[in-house]
Design a protein around this ligand. Sequence first.
Ligand code: MSP
Length: 562
Amino acid sequence: MATASVLRRRQFLRVDYAARALFAGEARSTLIACAMLRRFSPARSYSFVTTPIFYVNAAPHIGHVYSVVMADALHRWNAMHDRKPAIFSTGTDEHGLKVQEAAAARKIQPAEFCTQVSQKFQSLFLDCDVSYTDYIRTTENRHLKVVDHCWSRLVDGGFIYKGAYEGWYVISDEMFVSNSQVKEVRTNEGKVQTVSIESGNVAEWTQESNYMFKLTHFRDDLLHWLNTPGAVHPTTYIPIVKKWIDESLTDLSVSRTRERLQWGIPVPNDPSQTIYVWLDALINYLTVAGYPRESFLWPPTHQIVGKDILKFHAIYWPAFLIALGLDPPQSIVTHAHWTRNRTKMSKSKGNVVDPVSELKRYGVSALRYYLLKEGSLYHDGDYSDERMVAALNGDLADTLGNLLHRCTSPKVNPSMKIPRYPGNRISHLDQEMIDTLNRSCDSIIEHFNRVEFNHGLVEIFAFLHQANRFIEQNRPWDLVKDPAAKSRLDAVLSVTLETLRIAGILLQPIVPSAANRLLNQLRIPEEKRKVSNATVCILNEESCYDSELLLGKSEGVLFEKI
Ligand code: MSP
């Protein structure tokens, strides 16, 4: 009988004859063959961005909006590189004990409860200008079929066996934890409770007969994948994942008894068991890709996750995929969290920031800008009202909005045109601004490609500040009064409007609707709003704008101050 790993290899070999040749040589495992094939295949030209799917046990909070807005910015950024086709998926994770208990507590049927909460997430995301191409709910029929299919393939591949699980389970995290990952704490009422050290959530002792997945079988494959550049980004998270693999890799329980968990997908051919919610949930990414259709887009290029769910995405998920004979993701992009007064947000502490009220108060541009400016892949961001107001009033309104006003108002620009730069050389007076712009564009593009929007935004606003100083030094409001200074006025307006054009292009992923209004006002055609257009072009033969056209009508101030 073929061993599991031989079967796995065969499955993969069926995918491409090229792999067969490669296997004959040096390839040691399925994963290595995948990586080798990738080396021989052209660089990926498509974009496939995913967010985690959100639990529906409670209303959306600001951390969820951060994940989804970051993914949206990346999807929009990839589109500006003309990466096609493009999938951007998000949605809701609706099965599991946590949701079952939340619905029971509200005395509503779980299906109805899920629909209500899922709609809240969906409408919030639309209000946040999130341009997903697919919104998946794990209770949809299309998903149930894919989970069924995957389970059967894992069984056929010999990766699932019946075992007895005994250990701790943390319902709030839907996660099994070992003895060394829990501690005892005393509650306010004096009761002793066992909690997860990592999340602080209550752990329950569980003893069940379950199906187990042979996770330990994939140790080498996982370590190899982790060494692929970009597999986990940023690399600071890689040692954490390796430590988990080294210290606590065990086979994984992938089902619960039906008695305990009714709200979930039954194990095919064994209705007494329900599939573990994380296996069910991770498969959502295959569902949106169209698996197991003949041709489907795979693997995802960027999977955005918060640091709390890295283990599921950097260990369980690639192992499931390799077992299914599929490529693991190209990149798990991991972000840090948002806190409030430097403490974790939680319902019990009552310090959760409600994104719906924030959106009403500050508007979509300010919310997206603030989250992407102060959120980070590396360090937790502390959500503060003062910083939000400073971002809106100081950066968006005073720095960007005001700069636009300063060079488009009829008082300084009576012809209401974008003047061509006079002469065929940049004067030394303007060179400094142009040099900053050129340098900044390269560096911002690099930051955005690395999904480090916060770093890119610092540079955008640094050059916008410099442009405001440039305007103050050149005083176009005085130049306009002196006919002899016409050429200098044209130069000043041309350089400043060029700064705004570039800022508008680069801000499209961050504040799409405001950037669109700005670019419309500057009459930048749609096809000239790409990453390749983010470069200084005032002396180009073919200008980036049509200087014969009048500036578009301002649709009012770009950002209302608060
Ligand atoms: N349902 C799982 C994911 C399954 S994906 C196959 C889940 N859901 S969640 O609703 O709890 O979290 C979804 C995302 O929100 C995670 O990426 C998580 O890190 C993120 N955030 C939750 N709280 C957060 C903060 N306070 N700050 C930033 N993001 C945080 O996990």
